[in-house]
Each structure stands twice: as C-alpha cells, then as structure tokens.
Ligand binder design. Structure first.
Ligand SMILES: [Zn+2]
Length: 379
C-alpha cells in the first residue's frame, strides 16, 4: 500500500530540486501541480492548459491528490531539467518562450509545440529554419476608421526586410509596407478584445503606426508572431554584426512597460485635464498617448531621458493645479518643460511612477541621445 504522507513529503522534497522550483512551461515560482505523464512540475495556470491535452499530459495536484509509489518514483527519475533537455533541445533563438505574465495563447502554443508537436526535440536538429522569417497569409485587420475587422493578405519577407499588407485591390500594390527596422509585435488580447489579438507597430514618418490583427487559429497567430521575430532577429544580426546574440534577443520584440488611462493637461498647464490612453515603451524611452487605446496613430509623445540628464518623476502636481476628476497626480520633469498627469487612484499612481522611474534610472545610449535630439527638433 502506498504511504500517502510519505509520498507527499517525497514530492515536496522533489519540488526543492534544481529545475523544479519553477514551472516547467512559464517559469512561475513554486509550482504545486505536476504532469505525471511528462514528469514535470507546473503552475496552476499551465496545469489548466495541460488538462486540455489528455493525449499528451495528465495532471495531479501535489498537495491534494493521491499519488502511488510508482508515479512518485517516475517523477523522481524525470523532473523539469530532464524534460527541458528532451523537449527544448533545439528551440530556435527567435522562438518566444512565454513567461508567467504572458497571455494564454502564447503559453498554450508553447506547451503544444513542445510536447504535442515535439518541434524542439533533438531529432529536429537538422530541420531547416532558413525560411522562418518569411510568411504569407490572411489576417483579420482592424479598419483604420471603423471598428470592424477586415480580412487582409499579409506578406512577411526577410529578404526585402518588410512586412506588407494588401487590400482587395492588390493590383494597386501594398496598402502598407512596414520596415523590419522599427517593427514590433505584442499580444494584446484585452485591448483588442480577442484572445488571439496581436498589436503590430512600426514607425511612419515621425509617428508610431498601430495595426491590430487576429487570426481564429491560435497556432497561426503564434506562428505569425514567431515569423516576425525570426525576420527581426535576422535583420538585427545583419545590422549589428558584432553584438552578441544574447544582447539582441531581448530587442527582437517587446511589450510595453505599462499602459492605461491617465488624465493630462496641455503645455500651458491651464488647459482642462483630459482622459487619454498612455503606453510606455522602455526601449524607445517614449510615453505615447492616444484618444482611444486602438487609435492607429498617437496624439502626442513624451521622450523620457535619464536622471543625470535632467529627467525626473515627482508625485503630485505643482501648487495651485488640480486635476479634473482624478486627484492622484504625477509630474514628469524634462529639460524643456513639465508634463502633468492624474491617475484614477493611488495604486495606479504608484505603478506609473515606478514604471517611469525604471526608464529614468536607465542610462542613455548614443542612440537615445540621437532620438532625444530628433524629438526636440520635431516638438
Ligand atoms: Zn506555468
């Protein structure tokens, strides 16, 4: 007969072993679920994804479920490090490995790619990734002026260094040609209102252009995301041949450091405070604002330099100035002027200040100086 308490104790011990202290799939700390078919320890969230794949995975709670001796022994001889060696033997450098904070579609497709399709096992070593940065197909794209989504053909070409899309009158040429140089992509299920919603951004003139797309197939939208990443990696490696790949990889695509509503006033600081949607981009050091979260172009931008270059974020508003509806003020001091904002509550105010301080604490690179000078000329 299985020693119930002994087995639970043994499993809890296994959880302290290298590799098992974090979820095998998203890296969340202290997993307390396990797939006893794959021999891995996972977090509650990833366990839910495994539960939907009964062909490849079977889930038990470490603390709540009954474990017999054989399964406990199986877990001991396998575990997260051994699974990683097998199922993540040859993950291409551009392939996005989801983290605990990432959305469901990214985690689900990572889990399916690893264990169901076994895309990264050692026998895939010789598989050509040559065409990884090329892709063609249809995506639902949000119309520029109206809120509906229209089916559009997209073409990603690594060789041309662009992502293009076409309207029905393809003969007229691409509706937009986005250079890989400034291309970014991030999953935005909540903002787009679709679990497979992807926001693509590129620079057009001096503005950031947003393109919102989705595909009904979870695999297809994640394939698009990784194809864009493959093309971007190739571009960055060509552009910065002496930079280490480990330094380039975090720059392939990026999420915003923070986004959400604040109220802002104008340059005279006497204008009425208006509610706007803000996005903070750490890499570009830019706080952009929009009337609507899904606007194609920003209404304005604030360059956020570093502390030793006269940038500062302060709690509250200057004396005598009050927000409209919201009271929790944030003041951004730049060498040129002050920018005044109010947040819905103190919790959000703290979160914005923390995010802005993260940008301000980061030293400026030569590219940042150029961007700052460019920014001053334009504003
Ligand atoms: Zn997880």
């Amino acid at each position: 007969m299985a020693d119930r308490d002994g087995n639970r104790k043994e499993l809890l011990e296994q959880l302290t072993m290298p590799g098992n202290t974090r979820c095998a799939d998203c890296g969340a700390p202290d997993p307390d679920w396990a797939s006893y078919k794959l021999g891995i320890f996972v977090c509650l969230h990833c366990s839910g994804i495994h539960r939907n794949l009964p062909e490849i995975s079977k889930i038990k709670s470490i603390r709540l479920d009954f474990w017999d001796d054989d399964l406990v022994k199986y877990m001991r001889t396998h575990g997260n490090l051994s699974a990683k060696a097998k199922y993540e033997a040859v993950v291409p450098p551009y392939y996005y490995r989801p983290q605990a904070t990432d959305c469901l579609v990214l985690k689900e497709q990572w889990i399916r790619a690893k264990y169901e399709r076994q895309e990264f096992t050692a026998d895939q070593t010789g598989k050509s990734r040559e065409s990884a940065g090329n892709k063609e197909g249809f995506l639902w794209k949000r119309g520029k002026d109206k809120a509906q989504f229209l089916l559009r053909r997209f073409v990603l070409s690594e060789r041309e260094g662009v992502l293009k899309y076409f309207t029905k009158e393809e003969i007229k040429g691409a509706k937009a040609t986005m250079s890989l140089k400034d291309l970014n992509a991030m999953f935005q299920p909540e903002k787009i209102g679709n679990p497979n919603g992807l926001q693509i951004t590129y620079v057009k003139g001096i503005q950031t252009r947003n393109v919102f797309v989705y595909h009904e197939s979870r695999k297809e939208i994640v394939d698009w995301f990784n194809a864009i990443r493959a093309a971007r990696l190739r571009y960055l490696k060509t552009e910065f041949p002496t930079t280490a790949e480990s330094e380039i990889i975090p720059r392939i695509t990026r999420n915003y450091l923070k986004e959400g509503y604040m109220e802002k006033t104008g340059p005279k600081q006497r204008e009425a405070f208006r509610k706007r949607w803000f996005t903070l981009d750490l890499q570009e050091r830019k706080l952009l604002y929009y009337k609507d979260p899904m606007d194609p172009y920003e209404q304005g931008a604030v360059f956020i330099g570093s502390r030793d270059h006269g940038y500062q974020v302060k709690e509250g508003l200057p004396k005598g100035i009050k927000g409209k509806k919201w009271k929790a003020g944030v003041t951004i001091v730049t060498p040129g002027r002050q920018f005044l904002f109010t947040c819905e509550n103190e919790k959000d105010q703290r979160a914005w200040m923390e995010a802005l301080n993260e940008v301000i604490s980061r030293p400026m690179t030569p590219q940042d100086y150029a961007a700052e000078a460019n920014f001053r000329r334009q504003s």
